[in-house]
Design a protein around this ligand. Structure first.
Ligand SMILES: Cc1cc2nc3c(=O)[nH]c(=O)nc-3n(C[C@H](O)[C@H](O)[C@H](O)COP(=O)(O)OP(=O)(O)OC[C@H]3O[C@@H](n4cnc5c(N)ncnc54)[C@H](O)[C@@H]3O)c2cc1C
Length: 388
């Protein structure tokens, strides 16, 4: 097994690291500690830079104008991109562009014209509407939002909960039940415009996340044309679960980047800070926190990179992606917590990014499938048919 980056990966990650340190971190010094957007002029200027680096449009396939890079390289980039205060939920404040809803690459030509291309040009925003008040861990069973056929249209009634950014979106993917007897084979994915008269944002839900709020949605006799079905009737759940599996790898990478940066900050701080007449770094209690951080980071890194390598090799990676999500989110939480402890009062102040990372990292053990669900996925992969 070869455990080294290619020359290209070394070059690209070096460029992204420099970009984060020289362009993003200095701007953050003058931003509200809870901000998740840059001043538009700064944003446009930095987008020109990421375009010049050949990295604008991360996650967009090359045939749609994105950079031609594999998941391993994107994962290494994601580790770098999150190493600033807003890095977990707004890595580099969106200046690398991105695919948005990757499912739309499977859309029809008309759907691509209406939704995908404007999204890639930064003109439209979408949301991903799977979870409901009845439960998000097992959405295939929990989905109660109903879609019923009416001529060339479908009528959707129901609601969603926890849907990120739907209050600022132009459209979204809504997963609704179209056959009540077929479980995961009875769910269809609809592309829904947010100006539809039946679409309502009931409330914005404030969480531990600084910005980029979640929402509760309500659909009342929302009439959607049949042409707005993404994929096929009753095959929507496969669209959702494919996305969720792949997404777990960059999700893990974001947590890793934050953990690496927090550890770097602690390593710089503890030799300088003195208590009881000696630097903190001379205390075994502090050294062991640093050691435990290092081990947490290394374990999570290798598990995450293995998942990316398997996906790139075309091998099954469901188990590895679940392991990466589980280990990186839990390790990330422990590392940030230990670093906070080493910084004392400064650790919990908004002067440093640690308090924001601490809050937002906690969500990572729940969002995109809680830790217990990842363990459930891994157990199913290990035990296979004997569990069914
Ligand atoms: C800030 C935020 C943003 C989100 N954004 C979106 C979004 O944009 N789109 C979207 O569709 N969803 C989104 N979600 C929803 C998220 O995916 C769900 O919260 C998550 O899947 C858990 O669902 P739930 O909250 O309904 O918890 P439940 O399904 O009720 O589960 C509760 C708890 O039970 C435990 N549990 C569940 N299953 C098992 C099991 N098999 N064994 C043991 N324990 C178990 C877990 O600890 C879990 O946390 C978001 C959530 C948050 C908090």
């Amino acid at each position: 097994m070869k455990l080294e980056m290619t020359q290209e990966q070394t070059l690209i990650t070096g460029m992204v690291r420099k970009f984060v340190r020289e362009e993003i971190v200095p701007l953050e010094l003058n931003l509200d500690p809870d901000a998740d957007e840059l001043d538009p002029a700064d944003r446009d200027r930095l987008i020109e830079k990421t375009k010049a680096m050949g990295l604008y449009g991360l996650g967009i396939p090359a045939e749609y104008g994105g950079p031609d890079i594999d998941l391993m390289t994107s994962t290494l980039i994601a580790i770098e991109m999150s190493q600033h205060r807003a890095g977990l939920y707004a890595p580099c404040y969106g200046t690398f562009g991105g695919a948005g809803l990757a499912q739309l690459f499977e859309a029809t030509d008309e759907q691509k014209e209406q939704y995908l291309f404007p999204t890639l040009r930064g003109e439209k925003r979408g949301f991903f509407g799977l979870s409901e008040p009845s439960g998000g861990s097992d959405p295939a069973r929990a989905i109660q939002t109903k879609a019923e056929r009416d001529g060339d249209d479908w009528i959707i009634n129901g609601g969603k909960l926890w849907i990120s950014g739907a209050d600022k979106a132009d459209y979204g993917l809504v997963f609704a039940r179209t056959d009540k007897d077929k479980g995961r084979n009875g769910v269809t994915c609809f592309i829904v415009d947010t100006d539809n008269p039946g679409f309502h944002v009931r409330r914005v839900v404030h969480t531990l996340r600084s910005a980029h709020y979640a929402t509760e949605l309500q659909f009342e006799d929302m009439r959607i044309p049949h042409a707005n079905i993404l994929g096929e009737v009753n095959k929507g759940f496969a669209i959702a679960s494919h996305r969720l599996t792949r997404q777990r790898i960059p999700y893990a990478a974001g947590c890793l980047g934050v953990a690496i940066k927090a550890q770097e900050m602690a390593l710089e701080y503890v030799p300088q800070r003195e208590t009881f007449g000696a630097p903190l770094s001379s205390r075994q209690a502090i050294q062991w926190m640093l050691v435990d951080n290092e081990i947490d980071i290394k374990q999570a890194t290798w598990i995450t990179l293995e998942a990316a390598a398997k996906a790139d090799n075309g091998e099954g990676f469901r188990k590895e992606a679940a392991m990466a999500k589980l280990v990186a989110t839990e390790a990330g939480g422990r590392v940030v917590d230990r670093c906070m402890q080493m910084f004392g009062g400064l650790g919990v102040a908004k002067d440093l990014p640690l308090e924001r990372w601490f809050r937002e990292m906690r969500i990572r053990r729940i969002g995109e499938g809680p830790s217990e669900v990842q363990r459930h996925v891994i157990a199913r992969e290990l035990l296979g048919e004997s569990l069914r």
